[in-house]
Design a protein around this ligand. Structure first.
Ligand code: BGC
Length: 740
């Protein structure tokens, strides 16, 4: 049912039975609130014990809560701790409950793969389910609100936060944003297993110049609308309760005080009724940006531009009352921000029972549910990307006599959690299956497992090489696990050099000399560069950071209990000099037709243009063939559609899943268009020899784009359609026409 009809219906029912609507209750409350109490609702402080940004201790926090001067806290978790703070709020004059927010980015107690890794599964129902489980655990632990999903499109792997999003593609990113919001929020806000989601960082944060965190962003409005805004719009469509703005300036205006994005687009055009929280200290940081002369002016600019809640800047706390008294900020603007926040508190049911999420018994049950680990294992296996399997070394036999499992990632546990995992104080958060444990559990009694660390992740200590090589020589197969440490990708973890750190590549070169079959596992939070390995090692598995069940999931894939189906959600470059490198770039006037075509072409004289591993790429233990493409008609009108169908066959020996990808190209338009764009995908499971007819519908919406006037239009003419197994591995082509 249409949302406004539903609200009208509820309003009429409420009037009939004499009950007040939420908006009427907010009206009543606003009438009772002093200016200081209103401003209190707009303040958010961290718990000092585990800050997630530069901390300024406020010794008066507890007193301020009792005085009704604080609306929300972050980094407070656990049924008992949240209850303790809520009890303070219940001593305040109006007893307005606190909201507790936390970065539940990829799981709460059970950690799931990094969001970027999960995106490699292209499995929307499972991505939704992982967010659902994270919400169930967090909500039982007193958390009302997660600062997730991060829906920033990211085309620069130097940026450490690529690990937190869904990669470079707007179509895939929007579908995943929708699934994650639905997963976190469940059926409706107020259910005891739902948390409010937060679409962040609004907007452009992923396009920071040079991939350096917090850096400036300069982009055309057409790029903003076409590439960066759609995942945020998808979040709104999914009903996301909150938004977070971003640290960057966007075309010279810090996002935090950007009225165009917050007031005109989000609250205006998209009619968004949730609230916007600043990023950590981002109001105050406008002074460093040189956009406000002091914290007071920063507060004024932020609230006027639509930023509702102040996370950790203390700008509203110290200056808003004065700004209102001076007439610089109208009371109506303050009331609007307070209304948006109170609305969510009502929707969560906190006015009925402020402790409803802080329930130690429910917490105990939710945090010890074995079903959660099962799902984590499934999605971890589905997130793994098989990059090479040239000699079919994989899958391994469980009867292999001796396996050497070597490398700095084999035994440590913490790394598998990845960045943004939660350090739970009240509950056991050490549940992680190490890669070693996963393998140990998988192999039969007759298999001997040998271990050596070999080398560190960083540094140049070669003293472990000898032992590792000796062990490799005694084995039938060598598995070597290398990569980035968990804290080398994440917030403020930009790297100018994204090659494999340390001497790990050199270590593999030494191991290769043993002549043994070697499986290379690469663990990382971003696309890394490892050209020697990519060119010389026949078997490579990209495992990202997979969370609590990493060890089991990796073993499932290595031994064929799960046939890998992951596809890269980001392009892997050959060299940092190519960055930003993404598949859906614009056509140039001098395109080079291949990597050798360089003379007076848009090319590098010292590097190929192509990716090392392209967007959408990933192998399986089986093979898939694409045949028999049919279009229901050679043309469509802007009101019509074309059905595209073809036969997908599992032509190999193993059951497996293929992510079938549909790309479209608009060869001529009133503005330059990308060389191809993902416009559909399906994850299809087939047994060996099995065939299936796969169908897509192409309609006007898929052919539309933002023209020079920022109008969403389609233009008549020919279109190219491509179906394939990656953005580069196109198996079927067709053309069709849009007629007006
Ligand atoms: C990050 C946000 C995060 C916030 C609270 C900031 O530094 O940019 O994504 O939600 O801290 O932890």
């Amino acid at each position: 049912m249409n949302k406004s009809i539903l609200s009208l219906g509820l309003l009429l029912v409420n009037i009939a039975i004499g009950q007040k609507t939420t908006e009427q209750k907010i009206d009543d409350l606003l009438l009772k609130m002093t200016l200081e109490e209103k401003i209190g609702q707009l303040n958010q402080y961290t718990n000092d014990a585990n800050p997630t940004g530069p901390l300024v201790i406020n010794p008066n926090k507890e007193k301020e809560i009792k005085e009704g001067k604080l609306g929300s806290m972050l980094n407070v978790m656990g049924a008992d701790r949240t209850r303790k703070y809520q009890e303070l709020a219940m001593q305040s004059r109006l007893k307005i409950p606190l909201l507790f927010g936390l970065d539940v980015i990829h799981g709460y107690k059970i950690t799931f793969p990094l969001p970027l890794a999960e995106a490699a599964s292209w499995d929307l129902p499972l991505i939704e389910q992982s967010a659902r489980i994270a919400a169930t655990e967090a909500a039982a632990s007193g958390v009302h609100w997660t600062f997730a999903p991060m829906v920033d499109i990211a085309r620069d792997p130097r940026w450490g936060r690529v690990m937190e999003g869904a990669g470079e593609d707007t179509f895939l990113g929007s579908k995943i944003a929708y699934a994650r919001v639905k997963g976190f929020q469940g059926n409706k806000l107020g259910d005891l297993n739902s948390v409010m989601a937060c679409a962040k960082h609004f907007v452009g944060y992923g396009a920071a110049v040079g991939g350096r965190d917090y850096n400036s962003v300069d982009m055309s409005n057409r790029m903003l609308w076409e590439t960066y805004l759609p995942p945020f719009k998808a979040s709104v469509d999914a009903g996301v309760a909150t938004f977070m703005n971003s640290f960057n300036d966007l075309n010279g205006i810090p996002a935090t005080a950007n009225a165009y994005i917050q007031r005109d687009i989000l609250k205006g055009k998209w009619k968004y009724d949730g609230f916007i929280v600043s990023d950590w200290g981002s109001i105050g940081e406008m002074v460093a940006h040189g956009y406000a002369k002091d914290n007071k002016e920063a507060a004024e600019k932020a609230i006027l531009a639509g930023n509702d809640m102040d996370m950790e800047s203390n700008a509203y706390r110290y200056h808003l009352a004065e700004l209102v008294k001076e007439g610089k900020v109208p009371m109506s603007i303050v009331d609007e921000a307070v209304r948006r926040i109170l609305r969510k508190k009502f929707e969560l049911g906190l006015f009925d029972n402020p402790y409803r999420f802080s329930d130690a018994k429910r917490q105990e049950k939710a945090l010890n549910n074995p079903e959660h680990a099962k799902v984590a294992r499934e999605i971890a296996a589905k997130s793994i990307v098989l990059l090479k399997n040239e000699q079919n070394v994989l899958p391994l036999s469980k009867d292999t006599k001796t396996i050497a499992f070597i490398g700095p990632m084999v035994k440590p546990k913490r790394n598998n959690h990845g960045f943004w995992s939660i350090d739970l104080k009240d509950v056991d958060s050490t549940y992680i299956v190490s890669q070693w444990e996963g393998l140990e559990r998988k192999v039969g009694k007759n298999t001997k497992l040998l271990y050596a660390k070999g080398c560190d992740i960083e540094g140049n200590n070669r003293s472990g090489f000898e032992e590792a090589i000796a062990i490799a020589k005694q084995s039938d197969v060598v598995i070597v696990s290398i990569g980035e440490r968990h804290d080398m990708s994440g917030e403020a973890k930009s790297r100018s050099n994204i090659h494999l750190p340390g001497i790990q590549e050199e270590f593999i070169q030494e191991l290769q000399k043993t002549g043994k079959p070697i499986v290379v596992l690469i663990n990382a939070g971003r696309p890394l560069i490892f050209n020697w390995i990519a060119d010389n090692m026949p078997t490579i598995v990209y495992t990202w950071w997979l969370g609590s069940e990493a060890g089991n999931a990796i073993a499932d894939v290595l031994f064929g209990d799960y046939n890998p189906s992951g596809k890269l959600p980001m392009t892997f470059p050959r060299d940092e000099g190519q960055i930003p490198l993404y598949y859906n770039h614009f056509s140039t006037g001098r395109p080079s037709k291949d990597d050798n075509d360089k003379i007076y072409k848009s090319a590098y004289i010292d590097l190929p243009n192509s990716a090392k591993f392209p967007f959408g790429f990933g192998l399986s233990y089986t093979t898939f063939t694409y045949n028999d493409l049919k279009l229901s008609a050679p043309s469509l009108t802007s009101k019509g559609s074309i059905t595209v169908s073809f036969t997908l066959t599992n032509s190999g020996k193993y059951a497996g899943e293929e992510v079938v990808q549909l790309y479209l190209k608009d060869p001529f338009a009133s503005v330059v268009r990308p060389i191809k764009e993902l416009k559909g995908f399906q994850k299809v499971k087939l047994n060996p020899g099995e065939q299936k007819t796969i169908t897509f519908t192409v309609d006007n919406e898929l052919l539309s784009f933002y023209n020079d006037q920022l109008e969403w239009v389609s233009e008549p003419g020919a279109f190219e359609l491509m179906l394939g197994s990656s953005s580069e591995d196109i198996r079927l082509h067709a053309t069709f026409e849009l007629v007006k």
